[in-house]
Design a protein around this ligand. Sequence first.
Ligand code: COA
Length: 172
Amino acid sequence: MEDLARPEESMRRKIPISLVTIRKARLFDIPYIMEIERLSFREKYPRGLFLTFMEANPETFLVAEYNGKVVGYVMGYLKPDMEGHIMSIAVHPDYRGNGIGKALMVAVIDRLFKRGARWIGLEVRVSNERAINLYKKLGFKIVKRIISYYSDGEDAYYMILRPEDWERVRMA
Ligand SMILES: CC(C)(COP(=O)(O)OP(=O)(O)OC[C@H]1O[C@@H](n2cnc3c(N)ncnc32)[C@H](O)[C@@H]1OP(=O)(O)O)[C@@H](O)C(=O)NCCC(=O)NCCS
């Protein structure tokens, strides 16, 4: 998915990452998660999908909280073949660029590998430079381009993070 253009960059808030908590998503977070999703993506998931996902993956559906407010979320899960997969990640537009996306990714990656993921995969729009940069910094590599993956016809990169690359990034 691609983030929506947001001209009013001045709304951005600079906050210290030390004041951001990463925790498991709870039922009452869902309206806030859906609002961040609405501000971030053109395609939206129905509410029921968030509920089902939370029930099935309570340890790897995480939110970032700042000042009592949900400012970002990540949805990870383990596939039957033990691929860890990132289904979605977004940070509220006003809070981007503070390291929250990275903190969410680090937390979900750790949890997926601890649960036995053999590698972690995700799809990202080929135009989503911001997200691609974040994933590359965490050790993800592009392994293939999926033609017309999105409903508007845009291609996706399928990127994967191998445990050995994660170890290298963690130690750096
Ligand atoms: C992608 C997203 C989650 C990143 O969240 P974030 O909190 O802004 O990211 P961070 O502040 O943790 O930045 C981590 C890295 O992302 C990259 N990044 C962040 N903002 C960037 C920007 N404006 N331009 C290019 N790269 C950027 C950088 O590599 C950055 O590392 P650095 O700070 O060491 O330079 C956020 O931009 C977002 O919600 N986008 C909309 C939804 C989306 O596209 N999700 C991904 C779908 S696959």
